[in-house]
Design a protein around this ligand. Structure first.
Ligand SMILES: NC(=O)c1ccc[n+]([C@@H]2O[C@H](COP(=O)([O-])OP(=O)(O)OC[C@H]3O[C@@H](n4cnc5c(N)ncnc54)[C@H](O)[C@@H]3O)[C@@H](O)[C@H]2O)c1
Length: 376
């Protein structure tokens, strides 16, 4: 039952009582590297004690939900290498190339084919063979599997396909988590559709745990707070996965660039030239991403100052811990009967949220949301 806590109380270790909130039934659209890291992470961290300080996992217990409460009930893709396979195998199928850091048991969820629409761009067409299985009725599958949440992991530029998945979620009464930069949660028209149906939506474009965006935002905020006048900044990114291959098609990039640029610009009190975007595809980097940030400004006596930063990360695991928290926040909203865009978890977990906030403020909002002191 979505509107209420599924209650089964039990006495917890330590001196307080924990409420067992039940399972979170998740469907995914796009079984790529991010989906792989998310599912691996759920097996890697399952059983993590509530009071532990665990690298990579901010909340072993998020408002009563633990990592292992997340279970997968449906998955959709279009790649013949993935469709028809158990989700536990599909996450390691070609061309996925992120780190393998956990064993995932057979999940009993077969990846279904879905309408491709604009999901596969010019460069991915050369390496992905499309499945010839009949496409699933996604809304019906979401209803049949009683999915609470649909997580969208489609490639950048899938404007038509993402809106179609959002509409399927609405039709099925299923919450929507939008991890990529087609604007749904931050688009007033789409946000209202979710609001009117009292269905939660979180997005847009996942912000990694320690990725280029949050690092760039935090440096900009620091410079502003210390009285440095920023004059120009750029952020160049390279990687070797299908995300970067796809982003060679510049026509698919418009919303990605808006998302990344606004995330940084919103941290400053004035406008300045900003250039941010994916710069090239380097196949042997695989799912590693390298980011170069450069900022130029002036401080006391109009004296010039500049900062150069290089960040190297594995891209998909970097986002998975945030998605694990977002999924649990969205389930709490479902439990409380709260619909529409979830501003606190979106400000914390996404680059292009409905409302922007510096990381420290957004984290405070999330804490208040968990306690019930913020509605959304
Ligand atoms: N840290 C991160 O990795 C990060 C951060 C922010 C945003 N994102 C975004 O998340 C999205 C997913 O990233 P990824 O690395 O998993 O990409 P990926 O290319 O590995 O996976 C995308 C998957 O979507 C599938 N797909 C394409 N069209 C489809 C359709 N119509 N229906 C169902 N499936 C379809 C592809 O076959 C592929 O399996 C990308 O848009 C990326 O930009 C990732």
């Amino acid at each position: 039952m979505k509107a209420f806590y599924r209650l089964s109380y039990f006495i917890a270790i330590k001196y307080y009582v924990v409420v067992d909130m039940g399972k979170i039934r998740v469907a995914v659209a796009g079984v790529g590297n991010c989906c792989s890291a998310l599912i691996q992470g759920i097996y890697y961290y399952r059983g993590a004690p509530d009071d532990s300080d665990i690298p990579g996992l901010l909340y072993p217990n998020f408002g009563g939900y633990r990592v292992e409460d997340i279970e997968f009930v449906a998955a959709f893709d279009v790649n013949a290498e993935k469709v028809g396979k158990d989700l536990s195998e599909a996450i390691f199928a070609y061309p996925n190339n992120t780190r393998r850091f956990a064993e995932v048991p057979r999940l009993g969820v077969t990846v279904m084919n879905a309408p491709v629409m604009d999901g596969i761009g010019r460069y991915l067409k050369d390496i992905i063979k499309l499945s010839d299985e009949p496409p699933a009725d996604v809304a019906q599958v979401l209803k049949d599997t009683k999915a609470d949440i649909l997580v969208n992991y489609l490639p950048v530029g899938s404007e038509e396909a993402v809106r179609w998945y959002a509409a399927q979620a609405l039709e099925a009464g299923c919450a929507f988590v939008n991890c990529m930069p087609v604007f749904i949660a931050s688009d007033p028209v789409w946000a209202k559709k979710f609001e009117d149906r009292r269905i939660p939506v979180a997005g847009d474009d996942i912000q990694s745990q320690l990725g280029a965006t949050v690092l760039h935002k935090t440096i900009v905020k620091l410079l502003e707070e210390r009285g440095v006048r920023i004059e120009e900044t750029y952020q160049l990114n390279v990687g070797g996965d299908t995300d970067f291959l796809n982003m060679l098609e510049r026509e698919r990039l418009a919303s990605k660039e808006v998302s990344k640029t606004m995330a940084v610009q919103k941290m400053a009190g004035h406008e300045f030239p900003v250039k941010i975007g994916p710069s090239d595809y380097i196949p042997f980097l695989e799912n590693r991403k390298i980011c170069y940030i450069w900022i130029r400004g002036k401080h006391f006596g109009d004296t010039p100052i500049s900062i150069d930063v290089k960040l190297s990360v594995w891209d998909a695991p970097n986002s998975a811990g945030v998605v694990i928290d977002v999924i649990r926040a969205v389930k709490i909203a479902l439990d409380r009967g709260v619909g529409g865009p979830l501003t606190s978890i979106s400000a914390w977990g996404f680059k292009h949220p409905p409302v922007h906030a510096p990381a420290s403020v957004a984290r405070q909002w999330v804490e208040e949301f968990i306690k019930g002191a913020r509605e959304r």
